[in-house]
Design a protein around this ligand. Structure first.
Ligand code: ACM
Ligand code: ZN
Length: 550
């Protein structure tokens, strides 16, 4: 009999511990301030109510996201209860007013407070975006319960959070390989999970033009298709013999913009000019210096075939494309590329040389006339997009011909370009290849991962170690010009969704702490301890990731 009682006692103890699922706030990226009282817990139970302002459709949508995520992660189903003052979870915009009347920074607009006490869960923000960030933090704080829990214990806590940088970017190269609209939506979901807020959409390449331009119907139809693709990294010389293509209609682009905006992500479109344009030259060969025929490129590397800098039709073409781009993408930032534009053709081309003469461009010891010709094109397109209220971003090569005032430099060849630009008073996005090019391998043993561009290792710890403000090289005033960091997923060797997510994750987790957290909060060993639960959310979302971390 005694034996039976002790068995029942042990069994009930087991059941109690099995059902008592507990949240903690060890999330990625780590919030700015987390004050936990682990001795006391609030029990979030099935059917708990969520209150929000019923007159605000934006907050309604966030409340729906919150219910969806809490249900998906823990199994606890919440009930929407608009304006219910006694609800268990309350979303509101009653953020305490700041003491001074200074204008809020973009980061302060994203601030939120998440409080758990005996009354329940209170989320307060200044703007809906803050509620969204808080809902993500709550989602990531919950245990992932297979089969679902009846209730979750949440330790009492007060979280106060806001991001470190206003620009927290991720690039996806859809030029080398096309990714479906559904894939991009999932990519945006994953970005939002990590608090990233700028989707840099690389839309055109030598190997494919992916953006529909209504004025030039053939541009995307013909320019998006290459005859075949070289196999394996390093331009093996062996081709698959299979035509490859795909482009995004303007309606699809608008749908991506809408979907991203609901997740508080801005879409920064890039038309890479005047280099990386061989797919456009395929459709409009008269825009090249040589004329003749140009195939959409079937292999990787930098092409010498670029838009002619001396042909006035080049600027007409670019303005037509950028005009439609601005109509489709509301982004304040328009990326004009500018990288890797060899000047071989321009040096030999009568039209380019005549234009250099007309503009009076001379080698001034720092900038060649051809580099200055590229700057002339940049200034023309910058003025054009400025009329539409936008700022241009360019890769750091655009510094080489001299730069005009409003341009933003994206530093990719290390941090040198970013430092030089900030010292000249330009705004900067830091995306140095050795820390940020996540098309590169993430494990030392290259044989353990799918083959990619493999000239150097970009481990998660390397990504994590980046400090975007470069305090040794920039004054405090210059550091204020650094808008934030970005990681880049180039896709020469990444053709499938599973591979793309494998390259992205968990390195985006590491990058998210560079983007969101203060340097004093960062600790890679601690980060690794917080990673397992995030990986369970990756599993729930059905995305692949690298299981090892170095
Ligand atoms: C670049 O990687 N060419 C920007
Ligand atoms: Zn030319």
């Amino acid at each position: 009999m005694r034996h039976l009682f002790s068995t029942i006692f042990l069994l009930s103890l087991f059941c109690a511990t099995a059902t008592a699922q507990r949240a903690d706030y060890d999330v990625i990226p780590l919030p700015k301030l987390v004050k936990v009282d682990s001795a006391r817990v609030f029990n979030l139970q099935q059917g708990a109510t969520v209150a929000f302002d019923a007159n605000n459709p934006e907050i309604y949508r966030i409340a729906q996201f919150l219910c969806e995520w809490v249900g998906e992660t823990s199994g606890v189903g919440l009930t929407l209860a608009p304006n219910d003052k006694k609800a268990v979870v309350c979303l509101s915009l009653d953020y305490p007013a700041a003491d001074d009347a200074a204008e809020l920074t973009e980061q302060q607009k994203e601030a939120y407070i998440l409080k758990v006490d005996k009354r329940g869960i209170k989320i307060i923000a200044r703007e809906p975006v803050g509620l969204f960030r808080a809902a993500q933090t709550l989602r990531k704080s919950l245990p992932v319960v297979k089969g679902g829990a009846q209730s979750i214990e949440l330790p009492f806590v007060e979280i106060r959070d806001e991001p470190r940088f206003l620009y927290r970017g991720v690039l996806l190269d859809c030029g080398r390989h096309y990714f479906s609209v559904d894939f991009i939506k999932k990519f945006l979901d994953v970005m939002a999970l990590h608090g990233s807020n700028q989707f840099h959409w690389h839309l055109t390449e030598d190997q494919g033009w992916r953006f529909e331009v209504k004025a030039y119907p053939q541009l995307a139809v013909k320019g998006s298709v290459r005859a075949q693709t070289v196999i394996g990294p390093g331009n093996s010389g062996i081709y698959d013999g299979v035509p490859y293509g795909g482009y995004y209609t303007q309606d699809e682009c608008r749908e991506i913009v809408r979907y991203a905006a609901e997740r508080y992500i801005n879409v920064v479109p890039e038309i890479d000019l005047p280099g990386h344009m061989q797919s456009a030259l395929h459709v409009f060969p008269h825009l090249g210096c040589k004329g003749g025929s140009y195939p959409v490129r079937t292999y990787w590397g930098v092409s010498r075939e670029v838009l002619c800098g001396g042909n006035p039709e080049t600027l007409t073409f670019l303005k037509t494309v950028l005009g439609e781009l601005c109509d489709v993408f509301p982004s304040k930032f328009i990326h004009i590329g500018g990288d890797e534009c060899p000047k071989n053709r321009w040096r030999e081309c009568a039209k380019c040389q005549a234009k250099i003469k007309e503009l009076g461009l001379k080698d001034d010891g720092r900038h060649s006339p051809e580099n200055q010709l590229q700057s002339y094109i940049n200034r023309e397109v910058e003025a054009f997009v400025k009329e539409r209220g936008r700022d241009i971003i360019g890769w750091d090569e655009i510094l080489e011909g001299g730069l005009s005032g409003g341009s933003i430099i994206m530093s990719w060849r290390g941090v040198k370009g970013g430092i030089a630009a900030a010292r000249q008073g330009h705004r900067v996005i830091m995306s140095p290849n050795v820390y940020s090019y996540i098309d590169h391998p993430q494990l030392k043993d290259y044989g353990k991962q799918p083959r990619t561009t493999d000239s150097y290792l970009v481990s998660a710890s390397k990504v994590y170690s980046f400090e975007p403000l470069i305090p040794d090289s920039l004054t405090v005033e210059q550091q204020k010009l650094i808008l934030g960091p970005q990681v880049n997923l180039w896709t020469e060797h990444v053709a499938y969704p599973e591979h793309a997510f494998y390259q992205l994750l968990p390195r985006l987790g590491a990058a998210s702490e560079v983007q969101w957290c203060l340097p004093a909060q960062k600790d890679f060993e601690e980060f690794k301890k917080r990673l397992p639960r995030l990986k369970k959310i990756y599993d729930l979302m059905g995305v692949t990731y690298c299981r090892q971390i170095e």
